[in-house]
Design a protein around this ligand. Sequence first.
Ligand code: FES
Ligand code: FES
Length: 169
Amino acid sequence: MKTRSITLCVNGRDYTFEVPHNRTLLQALRDDLKLTDTKYGCGSGECGGCTVLINGKDNINSCLTLAAEMEGKHITTVGGLTKNGQLHPIQQAFVELGAIQCGFCTPGMVMKTASLLAHNPNPSEDDIRRGLEGNICRCTGYENIIRAVQKASQMINASATQCAGGACS
Ligand code: FES
Ligand code: FES
């Protein structure tokens, strides 16, 4: 099969590699770059396990996206949210609220939450339920996940308020 060279920016790092034209972003992340934090669930856009963030704001199902189409965009996976060993507030909230059971859906849930909060920093419970539609938790831990998203929203907003008040250097 014909291949082409592409460069993807993932979690702030550029990777250049050869892919067949039909390589999905999910295959590229997991199989070519060995970044297995993004999960392969259904492979057909039904479960949300493969959700990643594009340009810090929008979410996509990486199983339905061609890798070559993502050149020039900034891709963030759940591992990319952690900075200097510190969990991102969304990750912290999921841990604190017990929103993780087997954990298989968690990377997708966290990335969908990151997108939701980037677009809507103060989501209502309905907003959260609608925002997480398309992400399936087979352990059915939805109530704790919703509480975790609410907590993450509070944590992020509190930190933004502190910075605005000059508490950050
Ligand atoms: S693996 Fe992509 S939506 Fe299920
Ligand atoms: S925690 Fe197991 S699938 Fe969601």
